[in-house]
Design a protein around this ligand. Structure first.
Ligand code: DSN
Length: 424
């Protein structure tokens, strides 16, 4: 590959300190089991684009309308990314591939379509929503008036659509936002859309976690239900580079979104990342990707069987997508932080996570979140995930028993080494 970052020998010679840190991370990723629900492993093509010479190029503007010379090749790269993305999500008629990541994609969208003080309905963080959906600690919460909705039943995951409708009728939101980062069921987009239509609100779905499952035809596409705007990251289940995207089915909104992306809130697009997005979008259109998307869910179901058998309390009662939110306090009398540490000790990486109505603080909440995408990419199937779920339960139960943890750590390492990281 002709790229700078892949020219490891040069890096080793010129900057051994940095080289060694990257090598350590390479080893950690290779020997460890990655269960963070939002992480994945990119393909060699995505790597090659991301570490390519395109990182040198400034290209403020859009294909064919730039503020810099020399854009004839990157114009084609960006157009390729746009065209490939639109094919992946039927119903979208316009795509902006320049947002640097998911939060910028959401912030740009709010700024494009809202005025300060406008009301937005978004899912509560504690019920699976995301910080960028208007959590009080964010800057956007100072600009717009976010009102949160929740699950009606945390043991089934059903959203409280009646309460959502009542809130919408009362608050008259300009935007109804669906989407999540710690919710394990699919959404009823038709209900969201009907409520939005009743109050004249724009509909937006943040598909960051499930973009790959929608592209892989495993979950519903919000555009099929008339949604106006869909935002996403590109690096979770979609398996592309770190990045963001905004798609819409509305030509007027499209103009506003483009103008707010550049020059409104961003400068030069990261052309190397946009090339890597284009590579990932092409991969996501293949039958192999559909198989991977299906396997992500089969693998999650295999874990669900074990968790049920072991009496583990899963928020929403289980999963329909790639992730689990587990109440470790009820299941194991163990905080999320303690569970995360016990699993870290055996090379399983996941994250502590608040659960609905959590009384504990965010640094040591009552649960953990985990997901199947990354290890599915490495080739784990139901058998490996069944064993992984058993290991997770065993390790948390034995969190103070170093001998058991040592045995489990050796098993995890052996399992991981048998399924190499792509490109390593
Ligand atoms: N940080 C991401 C996640 O882990 O879900 C969301 O932005």
């Amino acid at each position: 590959m002709s790229s700078y970052i892949d020219n490891k020998e040069l890096l080793k010679k010129n900057d051994p300190e940095l080289y060694n840190l990257i090598k350590l991370e390479e080893k950690r990723e290779f020997e460890g089991m990655e269960l963070i629900a939002s992480e994945n492993y990119v393909s060699p093509s995505v790597f090659a684009c991301n570490g390519s010479i395109l990182t040198n190029k400034y290209a403020e503007g859009y294909p064919g309308k730039r503020y810099y010379g020399g854009c004839e090749h990157v114009d084609k790269v960006e157009q390729l990314a746009i065209d490939r993305l639109l094919k992946l999500f039927p119903g979208a008629t316009h795509a902006n591939v320049q947002p640097h990541s998911g939060c910028p994609a959401n912030d740009i969208t709010y700024a494009a379509i809202l005025n300060p003080g406008d009301c937005v309905l978004g899912m509560d963080l504690g019920h699976g929503g995301h910080l960028s959906h208007g959590h009080p600690v964010t800057k956007i919460a100072q600009t717009y008036r976010f009102v949160r909705y929740k699950m009606k039943n945390i043991d089934t995951g059903e959203i409280d659509y009646e309460a959502l409708r009542e809130t919408a009728l009362k608050e008259k939101p300009k935007l109804i936002l669906a989407g999540f980062s710690a919710y394990s069921r699919d959404l009823d987009y038709a209900k969201f859309k009907a409520i939005a239509d009743e109050v004249g609100a724009i509909t937006m779905m943040d598909i960051a976690h499930i973009a790959g499952l929608i592209a892989g035809k495993e979950l519903k596409n919000p555009f099929d239900y008339g949604f106006d705007i869909v935002t996403s990251t590109t690096h979770k289940t979609l398996r592309g580079p770190r990045g963001g995207i905004i798609m819409t089915s509305n030509a007027e909104l499209a103009k506003k979104i483009d103008k707010m992306t550049f020059p409104g809130m961003q400068g030069g697009p990261h052309m190397h990342t946009i090339a890597a997005k284009a590579a990932a979008f092409a991969e996501a259109a293949t039958p192999e990707f559909q198989e991977y998307a299906a396997q992500i869910r089969k693998n999650a179901k295999a874990m669900e069987v074990v968790f049920k058998k072991r009496g583990v309390r899963m928020i929403a009662g289980g999963t329909d997508n790639h992730l689990f939110l587990i109440d470790t306090m009820t299941s194991f009398d163990t905080t999320g932080g303690e569970a995360e540490s016990a699993l870290d000790a055996i090379h399983i990486t996941l994250n502590k996570n608040a659960i609905p109505y959590d009384l504990r603080g965010p640094f040591d909440p009552s649960g953990i979140r985990l997901g199947t995408p990354a290890m599915t990419t490495r080739g784990f199937k139901e058998a490996e995930f069944t064993r992984t779920a058993e290991i997770i339960c065993d390790a948390i139960e034995a969190k103070n028993d170093t001998a058991i943890l040592k045995e489990l750590a050796a098993e995890v390492k052996a399992m991981c080494i048998a399924f190499p990281v792509p490109g390593v």
